[in-house]
Write a protein that binds this ligand. Structure first.
Ligand code: SF4
Length: 676
């Protein structure tokens, strides 16, 4: 009997677990299992913010678990790279082949010629930065700067507040003004939505800042649709308004902040009129927003990740996060800001991963994967080890990434749950368990939550958990010992401070600090060295090419005048579940822009610039601002007519802070397919 063929005697059960995918909400899940197979996934009860419901993406996660793309056993490439044809081998054969190649590369090129490559395919604490990091560190491989997302906002939040926990979803009902800035909770972080609706019902004013008229923007009292990359001038103009019109909270500023004068000086360059002109918004609407913010309490700003994905993204996030300090919005329930709450439990992977110190080896920014594979030569990248990630779909400058993956002298390992775009270029594929088949620890970054992820079914096929595979490989390489997944779980939980670690194992959920709803500057304070808000951190000022809060102009040209954005969709979690998208991705375009190009609804179009071309249908909608076009994030190559996605049009330039990706700096032209 195979492991996927359960005995008749197995019955029905429901299991409480949690979702560790890269989404702020970290939902509690209740999974129904019939005869060893998942039949239903729904909201659980352990985390109150789940409220018994989950997104449509994870509701259908069983389609990934049992789908035709599921990777069932280890395999070696046969045929050319890109064909995606493999021969089944045993785990021992696959791990031996990888270990042998790693040792050979280290001997010939040095271990830095090996590049581990991972991101948040699972955000659980066991699947990344545990046995994987220990193995790669001990072996002395290159290191990876995992900056494709949240690096600029993270740098800003760390610099200004030391990642002070933010306002959690529950407290939005107490706000009288809510600003959603660069975030679309209708598709990502959906559990805030009921609180927004409750707040609005109680009279709160909702403002949405987004280049698209999202469903929440349609319900908002005020919607500003700026040109992508111009959130910084908007935020600075609000600061200028606060300072110049006497709305700055001088008492809070002098008691709790430093750097206000430098921020004020930077903001003084941005009048409402100038910022509105550069951002392409109505100056009256911007002034109305500034006045609303100055005069309404409690007011909360939800700073999203949409505003960071451009050349000004780090400064924009810093300017937005600085607003509640300048306006004195802290100290009341429902007042302040929300960013990532990932640090709220005070758990850092350093507590276990630093058992193996990080070597000072080459640090590769993941957004530069294409150039690393094609240009780095000291040493060249000879092995790419991909896990928790589908870089061919998710990294900038897709065509260069593809060119790199095609290299015959590159040995690529892909450890994955399903056959992705990247696996087609692998030399060895290893099947990974999903979160329904392994233990993990899920940490929310919207709600403050920490939950145990439990296996609810046996591993499908021969899939194995990350913790086991990396420790088995470490053992083969002579840099560690093989470990059962449960041993890793107990070891990691044992490093989490008490009583949190014990409670997590005993109950499956830990009690959050401050009942999961801290008030900023009452319960939680900046975690900076001196406990003050640093409104102009020196290291950020030095890092940013135009200085902190320095604006870099739009990269549009006459040939490529349209801004292309790639926002999150209701279909995928980043690129996870992209294999289940059956219909082509659709480019959204304003009817006026379409008319100027002779395009009609559903026309097949080419979206292009000097980096590449994407072919897909177009949909005309006034919900996207003129001059901007939108194609969903996370598409796989199968979701367009020509196998290229938005990332084929995205430069691998880096954001001003944090080394992040400039996804929204793609500038393109659009034409009817077949017309050149
Ligand atoms: S992806 Fe987000 S909303 Fe969906 S189940 Fe997971 S945590 Fe909940």
């Amino acid at each position: 009997m195979s492991r996927t063929d359960p005995p008749e005697s197995w019955g029905h059960s429901t299991v409480q677990t949690a979702c560790p995918l890269d989404c702020p909400d970290s939902c509690s899940l209740e999974v129904t299992v019939e005869r060893g197979r998942v039949t239903k996934i729904d909201g659980g009860h352990a985390s109150p913010s789940t409220r018994d419901y989950i997104c449509g993406k994870v509701r259908r996660f069983a389609e990934r678990v049992y789908g035709e793309d599921r990777m069932l056993y280890p395999a070696l490439r046969k045929g050319a790279k890109g064909q995606g044809t493999f021969t089944r081998v045993s785990w021992d054969e696959a791990l031996d082949a990888i270990a042998e190649r790693m040792l050979q590369i280290r001997e010939q090129w040095g271990a830095e010629a090996i590049l581990p490559f991972c991101y948040g395919g699972s955000n659980g604490l066991l699947t990344q930065d545990t046995n994987d990091a220990a193995m790669f560190r001990a072996f002395g491989t290159s290191r990876l700067a995992r900056t494709v997302c949240a690096a600029p906002t993270g740098a800003a939040n760390q610099g200004l507040y030391g990642k002070m926990p933010g306002v959690t979803y529950d407290d939005y009902v107490h706000a009288r003004l809510i600003i959603l800035w660069g975030v679309n909770p209708s598709v990502s972080g959906i559990h805030i939505v009921p609180y927004l609706k409750e707040a609005m019902k109680a009279g709160a004013t909702l403002v949405v800042i987004d280049p698209r008229r999202t469903s929440l923007a349609k319900q908002a009292a005020l919607h500003l649709a700026p040109q992508p990359g111009t959130d910084l001038p908007l935020a600075l103009a609000i600061h200028n308004y606060l300072f110049e019109r006497g709305f700055a909270d001088t008492s809070f500023i002098s008691q709790h902040t430093r750097g206000a004068e430098q921020l004020r000086e930077k903001a003084s360059e941005w009048t409402i009129a100038r910022a509105a002109d550069v951002s392409g918004v109505d100056p009256e609407a911007l002034e109305r927003l500034a006045h609303l913010y100055a005069t309404t309490n409690p007011a909360v700003v939800r700073c999203g990740w949409g505003l960071e994905r451009n050349r000004n993204g780090g400064s924009a996030a810093a300017a937005v996060l600085a607003l509640p300090s300048v306006a004195g919005k802290f100290g009341v329930r429902g007042g302040g800001y929300s960013m990532s709450n990932s640090a709220a439990f005070g758990i850092k992977a350093a507590a276990w991963v630093n058992d193996t110190p990080e070597p000072p080896t080459r640090l590769v920014n993941m957004n530069h994967l294409g150039r690393a594979l094609l240009e780095y030569d000291n040493p060249p990248v000879k092995m790419l080890f991909v896990y928790n990630c589908n870089p061919l779909a998710t990294m900038p400058d897709q065509n260069r990434v593809l060119q790199g993956l095609m290299r015959d002298d590159l040995f690529t390992v892909v450890f994955e749950q399903v056959y992705t775009d990247t696996t087609r270029y692998a030399d060895v594929v290893l099947p990974a368990t999903t979160f329904l088949e392994n233990y993990d620890i899920a940490k929310g970054y919207g709600p403050i939550s920490l939950q145990l992820v439990r296996p609810v079914i046996e591993p499908v096929g021969e899939a194995r958990a990350n913790a086991e595979v990396f420790s088995a490989l470490a053992s083969r390489l002579g840099v560690g010992e093989a470990e059962e997944e449960t041993e890793t779980l107990l070891r990691i939980a044992g490093r989490i401070k008490e009583p949190v670690g014990s409670e997590l194992l005993a109950r499956g959920v830990a009690t959050p600090p401050h009942a999961g709803a801290p008030i900023q500057f009452v319960d939680v304070f900046p975690l900076t060295d001196d406990g003050k808000v640093d409104l102009f951190p020196g290291h950020l000022a030095n890092d940013a090419p135009a200085g902190l809060y320095g604006f870099q102009p739009d990269p549009a040209t006459d040939r490529y005048p349209l801004a292309l954005i790639s926002p999150a969709s209701e279909k995928t979690v980043s690129s996870t579940l992209g294999e289940l998208r059956l219909r082509a991705g659709v480019l959204q375009m304003h009817p006026d822009d379409a008319k100027a190009r002779g395009l009609a609804q559903d026309d097949p179009v080419r979206v292009f610039n000097d980096l590449g071309e994407v072919q897909c249908p177009v949909a005309l909608t006034p919900d996207v601002r003129r001059g901007t076009v939108s194609l969903a994030k996370g598409l796989w190559r199968r979701s367009t007519y020509n196998g290229s996605t938005t990332n084929a049009l995205v430069p691998d330039a880096l954001t001003d802070l944090g080394g992040g990706a400039c996804f929204n700096d793609a500038r393109v032209e659009v034409a009817l397919l077949g017309r050149h």
